[in-house]
Structure formats: structure tokens, C-alpha cells
Design a protein around this ligand. Structure first.
Ligand code: C2E
Ligand code: CA
Ligand code: CA
Ligand code: CA
Length: 275
């Protein structure tokens, strides 16, 4: 068995080396991309389920790699998190998105994703305050989407930082709810403004009773706590109908729009002639 183990190890070794080299190269490329401003942001609308109106946009970062082509966040956010580059990347996204949003007319809300690492290694309150001030964006127009990861290392610290952020007037959304640890006690310890139901439950809810029950439970939890409840990844009219019946307040997904450059929403939802 031991010999087998070594054999397997040797067999995989070159592949592992190649992967590590690939990661190191990507990390260097990403560092340069941030410095040279060559990332960009697509925006996806969040729509109020009652009125059917766009109420805000979520900023989603993309990277057009010079050789590899368009890279999605799942391809490079983990690398940024492991290398610490997420601090610079996150600040870049925040500053760019706030600057964009300051020009929107009507003044819709902006949602920005934060990585747990941004709470661990940097003064996120300072970073957010500076981004808002420099862009001239009022704090009430910004919503920060966080995941349960913020509470995993040091829950008390996470709650303290979120409380400070919320006191400045920005709103806090619990993203991807239902995955991860999903401790209900976070809702007792911190007054979130919004809960976003993870897309995996929405994808399954029409043909899977369990997923549907979970969606129902999250919606009634959110409504009971007076939170906005968002379903992400809504792709069909059937899902939308079901969510409306269940009392979900906002939806987001390909049914309404894929994430796109903000300029492509001109005319449809935003009236600024500059777009
Ligand atoms: P997320 O925050 O859960 O964002 C929603 C993801 O679902 C986005 O993927 C979006 O394009 C996708 N999506 C939206 N509607 C639909 C739909 O109807 N069907 C399907 N199948 N997918 C849909 P994306 O843009 O690839 O981003 C993936 C994840 O990367 C995000 O998940 C977020 O966790 C992370 N991310 C994106 N931008 C940033 C950022 O600026 N900072 C940080 N820290 N993370 C980011
Ligand atoms: Ca999000
Ligand atoms: Ca999400
Ligand atoms: Ca997600």
C-alpha cells in the first residue's frame, strides 16, 4: 500500500508543480492588473418584486486577462484571498463602483461584495468612508454584501466592525444565506438590513420540496426580522411567481438581466444622457 501511495504521489507531482506555477503567474498578473486599472465591473440589477422596478445594482468584478481572456471572479478571487491581494482588489472595486454610482440618475442603490479577508487584514471602516467621501456618494446609497465567513474566525470582532459600518449609514446584507454555517444567532447579534437567499436553493425550488421549504423558511425569517429578502439567480417566470407568492421582496437573476457594463442599461432604467 505504501509503494502504491508513493507511486500515486509521483504521478501527481508534476501536475501539482504546474498548478502552483500557474497560480504564481496568475497572482503576478493580477497584481499588475490592479495597478494598471485593467479590471472592470459589470452590474446586475436588483428588482423590487411588487413594483417590478430596478432598485439597485450589484457590482461584480471581471478581469480581461491579456492572454487567457475574460476571467470570472471564481477564477481569481480565491487567488486574491490567499495572496492578500484581495485588500487592494477590494478597495479598487469599492472606489470604482462608488465613483460610478455617484453619477447614476436616478440615484439607485449600489451593492458591493466584501471578502472576509477584508475584515481581517485592513481597516475596512476607514476604506469604506474614504471611498464614499472621495466619490461623493451618500452612505445610505451603499450596501455591503458579506458572507458568514466574516464571523468564522472571530465573531465578536466581525460584529463590532459591521456595527461601526452600519452606524455610518451604509447597509449590510447577508449574502449566500443557507450555505456555509448559517447560524441563526448572527441575526440576533447583528441587525442586518437584508438577507440574500443563495442561488442554489432558487435553482432547485420548483422540483425539490426541501429546497422550496428552505426558501420559504428564509423568507419568513427575513420578513419576521423586518429585513429585505432577496432571491438571487432567478431564471424563470415560474420561480418569480413562486417567490412573489412566498413574500420575497427583491429578485435578481438572468430572467431580469445578466451582469453587464453599466452603460448598457442606458435608457432602460437609467436616464442620464451621458450613457
Ligand atoms: P455572488 O455575490 O453570489 O454573486 C452572484 C453570482 O451569480 C454572480 O456570479 C452572478 O453573475 C451570478 N448570477 C446572477 N444571476 C444569475 C442567474 O440567474 N443564474 C446563474 N446561474 N447565475 C447568476 P459572478 O459574477 O461570477 O461572481 C461570483 C462570485 O464572486 C460572487 O457571488 C461573489 O461572491 C464574488 N465576487 C464578485 N465580485 C466580487 C468583488 O468585487 N469582491 C468580492 N470579494 N467578491 C466578488
Ligand atoms: Ca453578492
Ligand atoms: Ca450571493
Ligand atoms: Ca454566491
Amino acid at each position: 500500500a505504501k509503494a502504491d501511495g508513493r507511486g500515486i504521489f509521483r504521478f501527481f507531482e508534476p501536475a501539482m508543480d504546474a498548478m502552483a506555477r500557474d497560480r504564481a503567474a496568475l497572482e503576478a498578473d493580477l497584481r499588475r492588473a490592479i495597478a494598471e486599472d485593467s479590471l472592470h465591473i459589470d452590474y446586475q440589477p436588483l428588482v423590487g418584486i411588487e413594483a417590478g422596478r430596478v432598485e439597485g445594482f450589484e457590482a461584480l468584478v471581471r478581469w480581461n486577462h491579456p492572454e487567457r481572456g475574460l476571467m470570472m471572479p471564481d477564477d481569481f478571487i480565491p487567488i486574491a484571498e490567499d495572496s492578500g491581494l484581495i485588500i487592494e482588489l477590494g478597495e479598487w472595486v469599492l472606489r470604482k463602483a462608488c465613483t460610478d454610482a455617484a453619477r447614476w440618475d436616478p440615484p439607485l442603490k449600489l451593492s458591493v461584495n466584501l471578502s472576509p479577508a477584508q475584515f481581517a487584514y485592513a481597516d475596512i471602516c476607514e476604506t469604506v468612508a474614504r471611498a464614499l467621501a472621495d466619490a461623493g456618494l451618500p452612505p445610505k446609497r451603499l450596501e455591503l454584501e458579506i458572507t458568514e465567513g466574516v464571523f468564522v474566525q472571530d465573531a465578536e470582532r466581525g460584529i463590532a466592525i459591521l456595527s461601526r459600518l452600519r452606524e455610518t449609514g451604509v447597509q449590510i446584507a447577508m449574502d449566500d444565506f443557507g450555505t456555509g454555517y448559517s447560524s441563526l444567532s448572527y441575526f440576533r447579534q447583528f441587525p442586518f438590513d437584508k438577507v440574500k437567499i443563495d442561488r442554489s436553493f432558487i435553482a432547485d425550488m420548483l422540483h425539490n420540496g426541501q429546497a422550496r421549504s428552505i426558501v420559504e423558511a428564509i423568507i419568513s425569517l427575513g420578513r419576521g426580522l423586518n429585513l429585505e429578502v432577496v432571491a438571487e439567480g432567478v431564471e424563470t417566470e415560474e420561480q418569480l411567481d413562486q417567490l412573489r407568492q412566498q413574500g420575497c421582496t427583491q429578485v435578481q437573476g438572468y430572467l431580469i438581466s445578466e451582469p453587464r457594463p453599466i452603460g448598457q442599461f442606458a435608457g432602460s432604467v437609467l436616464s442620464d444622457p451621458a450613457w
